[in-house]
Design a protein around this ligand. Sequence first.
Ligand code: ADP
Length: 243
Amino acid sequence: MSELVRLSDVTKVYQGGITGALNGVSVTVEKGEFTAIMGPSGSGKSTMLNLIAGLDRPTSGAVIVGGTDLAKLGEAGLARFRRDHVGFVFQFFHLLPNLTALENVLIPAQLKGSEVPGRARELLGQLGIEEVADRYPARLSGGQQQRVAIARALINNPTLLLADEPTGALDTHSGEQVMDLLVQLHGRGQTILLVTHDAKLATRHAARVLSVIDGKVVDDARLEGPERAASEVIRVRTEEASR
Ligand code: ADP
């Protein structure tokens, strides 16, 4: 695997903030990894994701993605970087209500000047919701809306798929389906960074868990095999016990 993301001693202090939202974070992410960024509310997870996405800039330190130091890009360069390399999935879907599911999926492609309705339909099919292509978001369930949002995030074949609490607004079953989708995408080689405050969600699905507290990475655990299997056993037992 090769390195895709590098944060070097990154600090972010928001205007008016007394302490940093991130405080000297150094971490690398390899191509193809499925990494969860886990921590309590306010610990700096979204800030970290937004810096990697080029949606915001650090106060100090460097954010390097695919060998490009994002500090070297101006606003137009950053917008291009986001369009070409980043797919973003949010907690509340952010679909445009006056466009159909298919039209929503096509937005990032149109920004790039490419017309790919066939690929958009194919993606919706891969995500199990081809039948909703011509419906408006208001007619879709939360789980369906999130899958449309994932298709939109994938339409430009992003180097990085970033998901900020993507199951936070979903019921357990729809949340499971979305997580299963992310696991499948990872299986096909997609690099994924998932922000969650839910430890169970992180350890069950991601292969690596970065724990963030008070703007610092306090733990970096790679869950190859045993831990994931163990957490799976705990999940099944918990579910059985709750039946
Ligand atoms: P998390 O995603 O872990 O909940 P955030 O990265 O959203 O944490 O926030 C980290 C800290 O930075 C919090 O104290 C939050 O209030 C603060 N913060 C986040 N965004 C802003 C902003 N745009 N302006 C000022 N403070 C912010």
